[in-house]
Design a protein around this ligand. Structure first.
Ligand SMILES: O=C(O)CCC(=O)C(=O)O
Ligand SMILES: [Fe+2]
Length: 513
């Protein structure tokens, strides 16, 4: 029952310090060029002097060397000065900059961070059916942005897919690389350039895995032109040739992705392709608590079964910035700490920041507002969890309840959970608007809610008889463009015993499965 696949990509806020880090690295590299220039300057000026003396001797060697002062100086120069020049050439330049670089090295994103970011990019592209050719040129869902992916960016994504054995995807990404590489060739320094042969080999391997032997063969041929003695390529080339001879028309691999139903539900709901509920209303809620007589809540029904409502304008801009500020500060610290504790700590960057409901006057006020929104007693409910999604950040379909009441429940039951009961309801606040993507969707019933800063969505996870309502299965669609921040509040069951008494199911209406 528990979730969960939440994406692990670095949250947008933890990427902010990375920009700062990059600035420091550029400054450092610039200082390095200054050190290089200084050395160049010294060498160049000396070459002029040395060449003048050497040419003076060369023009008339015998008379020149007949003068003992010239002869002596030549011997001394060659025995002493040139040894020193040799040492000078060997001396590394910009030692202090090299050292400084070393000190920042462990603040750089790890292999895992890159991997997760690749997965995020692939998720955006595939889940929203974006054409790769458009996506890499910054055209996202029909909107043109002033960015595009470099050959190296695209290669990373293709490489990631190839390593994960998603060869059809790898083909799609890698086949775009050579052309872009050609375009970039004049402007990229050699040591940063991706070797064309690596691209071709990876692409050929992916085609091979897809049983597209006729596409793999010419690529391998080109690889061998560039690197005739590559044993791996030679072997693959030979098997490809043999396979083509023995089996001229193989059936290419089918697209496996299509067969995973959960992905499909997620996909259809994120693309807004599920049937939407109708006959819904907007109204002012005056009644949940007496306070609402004075300050009613703007309520929008999202669906009736299960009952989900959206409350508009329940957080002020000031509250939002306090919540995000606190969480952001903590997330930045978390990332820096996790660097040192090796990269197994990825969970931490993905997990939200827990904020105590009793932290300050503002959190207490927000807690009172949740009471107004839900009518529940929040004394035992969980702390607020603030989450900032990263590149392609998502949260796959899941239930918020544990399902304690179900006879199928096999998970652990801590003493704590027995006392508190299951999660009876969820309140999810949106702290930001999201430019594209990032909807919360209820995959079984076609509800989708787009984040809007200051609104909150509220639903019951449990039936009135205390069983988890499977129709509340929901997900967060991948963020396409924007930074999605949410804050959740999970309310527990036990304290609500007189507020929402546990009732036996009305005849014929039970959703118990
Ligand atoms: O971020 C969202 O839209 C959904 C988050 C969620 O379902 C959760 O945190 O349990
Ligand atoms: Fe959830």
């Amino acid at each position: 029952h528990r979730p969960l696949e939440r994406s692990h990509s670095l949250s947008v806020v933890t990427m902010v310090p990375l920009l700062e880090l990059e600035r420091k690295l550029i400054d450092n590299l610039e200082n390095y060029t200054k050190a290089l220039e200084q050395k160049l300057e010294i060498i160049r000026s000396q070459i002029t002097v040395m060449r003048a003396e050497n040419e003076k001797g060369g023009r008339n060697a015998i008379p020149y060397l007949s003068n003992p002062l010239n002869g002596f100086s030549l011997i001394r120069r060659l025995h002493v000065d040139w040894i020193k020049w040799g040492k000078y050439m060997e001396q590394p330049v910009g030692i202090s900059q090299i050292k400084a670089f070393g000190s920042w090295k462990n603040e750089l994103p790890t292999q895992l961070d890159l991997w997760d970011a690749c997965a995020g990019i692939v998720r955006i592209q595939s889940l929203y059916n974006l054409k790769i050719a458009d996506f890499i040129d910054g055209c996202i869902h029909g909107k043109q942005y002033n960015v595009s992916m470099s050959a190296a960016d695209m290669f990373s994504v293709g490489h990631h897919l190839a390593m994960k054995n998603v060869s059809s995807g790898a083909v799609q990404w890698l086949q775009e690389v050579p052309q872009r590489l050609q375009k970039e060739l004049p402007s990229i320094p050699r040591h940063l350039l991706i070797a064309e042969v690596d691209v071709l080999r990876l692409l050929a391997e992916a085609h091979f895995k897809e049983k597209n032997y006729s596409k793999a063969l010419p690529l391998l041929h080109n690889c061998l032109k560039l690197q005739p003695h590559d044993a791996r390529v030679l072997r693959l080339w030979k098997s490809t040739k043999d396979l083509i001879e023995n089996e001229p028309n193989p059936t290419p691999q089918e697209n496996k992705e299509q067969k995973v139903p959960i992905v499909n539900t997620f996909k259809t709901s994120c693309n807004g392709l599920l049937e939407k509920p109708t006959r819904l209303h907007c109204f002012y809620n005056f009644t949940t608590t007496p306070f609402l007589r004075l300050a009613p809540l703007k309520t929008e029904q999202i669906g009736l079964k299960p009952y989900v409502v959206l409350y508009h304008e329940v957080l002020s801009a000031r509250e939002i910035s306090m919540l995000m500020g606190k969480a952001a500060q903590n997330m930045k610290n978390t990332r820096v700490q996790s660097e040192k504790a090796v990269n197994t700590n990825r969970e931490r960057t993905a997990k939200g920041y827990w904020l105590k409901k009793e932290s300050n006057e503002m959190t207490r006020r927000i807690t009172r507002r949740i009471v107004d929104m839900t009518g529940f007693d929040l004394a035992d409910s969980e702390d607020f969890q603030v989450i900032n999604y990263g590149i392609g950040g998502h949260y796959s379909l899941h239930f918020d309840y544990f399902g304690f009441a179900s006879s199928n429940y096999t998970g652990e039951r801590s003493h704590h959970s027995i006392v508190l009961g299951d999660r009876i309801a969820t309140v999810l606040f949106y702290l930001t608007d999201v430019e594209q993507g990032g909807a919360t969707v209820f995959g079984n019933v076609g509800y989708s809610v787009y984040p809007q800063a200051g609104t909150a969505i509220f639903w019951y996870n449990l039936d009135t008889d205390g069983n988890g309502d499977p129709l509340t299965r929901h997900a967060s669609c991948p963020v396409v463009v924007g930074s999605k921040w949410v804050m959740t509040e999970w309310i527990h069951e036990a304290r609500q015993i007189f507020i929402r008494p546990c009732l036996p199911p009305a005849k014929g209406t039970s959703t118990k499965s």
